[in-house]
Design a protein around this ligand. Structure first.
Ligand SMILES: [Zn+2]
Length: 459
C-alpha cells in the first residue's frame, strides 16, 4: 500500500494539537502527585496512572515490568557554624551516606590538582568547600574526578557550591555514570547555595569550624517500568522504541525533568494508536513505548529494561529517549552511533521542518539512552537543556521549582506531532534499507575507556 504522507501528517499534527491531553497529564503528574522518587508510593501512583493511560489509548501488551531497585532515602542534612550556630543552606547529593563531622572549613577553590596542592596539608579530616563549576581558562576536570582527589587528600566531607543564584540548590550525583556499579560517594558530598558558599569561604579564611550531620539509609525496594506497544503491519518481528523516565529526584515535581518526556511518550502513543484505529494506517515495524523508573538513580530502570528485553530477544532498530523537553521547539535527533545518520536525516528531510540528525561526539551517560548504547544498541536523544538556544525554563530540573509551569504546552504538542511523524516514517523503512549494527558491548567498553576523564561534550 502506498502511504499518503501528506494526509498522514495532517492527521498526526492535527491530533497532536487538537486532541492533546498534555494539560491533564501535567496536572496529574506534577500538581496532584508531585515528587515521584523511584520506590516511593508516589512513584507507584504514577506507574498505575501511566499503565491506565496506555491501556485507554488502545495499546497492546500494556504491562508494568517490576524489578528490584537499589535505593536511598535521607532524613537529615544539617550544617552549623560551631562558633555562632549560623545555619548553612544544604542538600545532600543523591546517595550521600550518613556522616557526623565537626571540623575546620577548608576552601578547596575549584578543586583542581593545582589548587588542592596549596591546601593539601590542611585537608585531612576537614570539611572542604569546592566550586561545582569549572575553573576559568583551565582544562575542565569532571566533578567526580575532583571529589576523588578530595578523598585522596583525606577530606572528611565535601560541600560543593551550586552554580545557580538566589539560594537555589539542585540534587546532584557524585560519580561518573559510565562506571559500573552503584553510585558510591568517594566521600560524603553535599551541595550548598552560591550564597552560603560565599559565606563558607569567608568562614574558612577566618579559621571557623563547621558541624555537619547527615542521616540517610540504603535499601532495596520494588519499582517498575511501564510498557505498551502498537503492532507492526509489515515486519511485526521488528520494532522501534520511544521512552522517557517518569521518576524525579526528591522534592521536585519534575515538570521539565521529566513530565515533559514521559507525557510526550504517552501522547505520541495515543496519537499513533488513534491514527491506526481511525484510518487503518499502522506502523510498518512495531512501535514500543516505555516510561522508565529510576533514571535519577543511575538509570536503573532503563538498565533493567535492556536486561529484561534485549539480553536475548530482538533489539530495537532504534531507541529514542526523551528527557527534559522544555528546551524550545524540537530541533532534531542525536544518535549515539553514526551509522544511522543518513537514514534518519533522509526521513527528517521528507518532513520539511529543518530537523537535523546529529551524532554524539562522546557517549553521554547522563540519561536513559545510555544503557542501550552500553549494550551496543542504537539509541538517541533529542537536543536538550545543555544545547544552544535553550529555553530559560530548561534551567529547572533537580529542584523544587521544576513545577508544571516549566512545561510549555504548545512546544510539547509540536514534539508529539514531530515524534509521531518520524516514528511512523522510520517504522516503514524496509529492513533491507536499514544499515546493520555491528557494534559489540566490548567495543563500547573500549570506547568509554578512551573517553573517561573528559568532560562530556554535549553541544
Ligand atoms: Zn531527566
Amino acid at each position: 500500500m502506498e502511504l499518503d504522507w501528506h494526509a498522514i501528517d495532517r492527521w498526526l499534527i492535527g491530533e497532536a494539537w487538537a486532541g492533546s491531553r498534555i494539560n491533564e497529564h501535567l496536572a496529574e503528574l506534577c500538581d496532584r502527585i508531585g515528587p515521584r522518587w523511584s520506590s516511593s508510593e508516589a512513584e507507584w501512583e504514577v506507574i498505575r496512572y501511566i499503565h491506565d493511560q496506555l491501556r485507554a489509548a488502545g495499546l497492546d501488551q500494556v504491562a508494568t515490568d517490576e524489578y528490584e531497585l537499589d535505593t536511598w532515602s535521607w532524613k537529615k542534612a544539617e550544617a552549623r557554624v560551631v562558633e555562632d550556630n549560623q545555619p548553612i543552606d544544604l542538600l545532600p547529593f543523591n546517595r550521600c551516606p550518613s556522616c557526623e563531622v565537626q571540623s575546620v572549613i577548608i576552601d578547596a577553590g575549584y578543586g583542581t590538582p593545582r589548587e588542592l596542592e596549596t591546601v593539601r596539608a590542611d585537608l585531612p579530616g576537614a570539611v572542604a568547600v569546592m566550586a561545582m563549576g569549572y575553573e576559568p581558562f583551565t582544562q575542565p576536570v569532571p566533578l567526580p574526578v575532583r571529589l576523588k582527589l578530595l578523598k585522596e587528600a583525606r577530606a572528611a566531607a565535601a560541600i560543593v557550591v551550586d552554580v545557580k543564584s538566589g539560594r537555589r540548590i539542585e540534587y546532584h550525583t557524585a560519580t561518573d555514570w559510565r562506571d559500573a556499579g552503584l553510585d558510591e560517594h568517594p566521600l560524603p558530598t553535599l551541595a550548598t547555595s552560591r550564597e552560603s558558599g560565599t559565606l563558607l569561604r569567608k568562614l574558612a579564611r577566618a579559621g571557623k569550624t563547621l558541624s555537619l550531620k547527615v542521616e540517610s539509609r540504603f535499601f532495596t525496594a520494588p519499582s517498575a517500568n511501564v510498557t505498551g506497544m502498537l503492532a507492526g503491519t509489515r515486519w511485526p518481528g521488528e520494532h522501534l522504541l520511544l521512552g522517557g523516565h517518569h521518576d524525579t529526584v526528591y522534592g521536585s515535581p519534575g515538570g521539565n525533568d521529566n513530565a515533559s518526556g514521559a507525557i510526550a511518550v504517552l501522547e505520541t502513543a495515543r496519537v499513533l494508536a488513534a491514527l491506526h484505529k481511525e484510518t487503518g494506517i499502522g506502523p510498518g515495524r512495531a512501535l514500543r513505548f516505555a516510561t522508565y523508573s529510576a533514571e535519577e538513580q543511575k538509570l536503573q530502570g532503563s538498565s533493567a529494561y535492556v536486561d529484561r528485553h534485549y539480553k536475548e530477544g530482538i533489539p530495537p532498530r532504534l531507541a529514542i529517549n526523551l528527557d527534559e523537553l522544555s528546551t524550545g521547539r524540537m530541533k532534531g535527533i542525536v544518535l549515539g552511533f553514526p551509522h544511522l545518520r543518513e537514514l534518519v536525516q533522509r526521513q527528517l528531510d521528507t518532513m520539511k521542518d529543518g530537523l537535523q540528525c546529529q551524532v554524539m561526539s562522546q557517549l553521554d551517560p547522563s540519561s536513559d539512552h545510555f544503557p542501550f548504547l552500553r549494550a551496543g544498541l542504537d539509541a538517541a536523544f533529542l537536543w536538550r537543556w545543555r544545547f544552544d538556544r535553550r529555553h530559560p525554563d530548561a534551567e529547572f530540573h533537580h529542584e523544587h521549582g521544576d513545577t508544571s509551569d516549566k512545561v510549555n504546552v504548545r512546544e510539547l504538542k509540536d514534539y508529539v506531532g514531530q515524534l509521531a511523524r518520524i516514528l511512523l516514517r522510520l517504522s516503514h523503512v524496509p529492513p533491507e534499507e536499514w544499515p546493520a549494527n555491528t557494534i559489540t558491548p566490548g567495543q563500547v567498553r573500549a570506547r568509554l575507556e578512551t573517553e573517561r576523564g573528559a568532560v562530556v561534550r554535549v553541544f
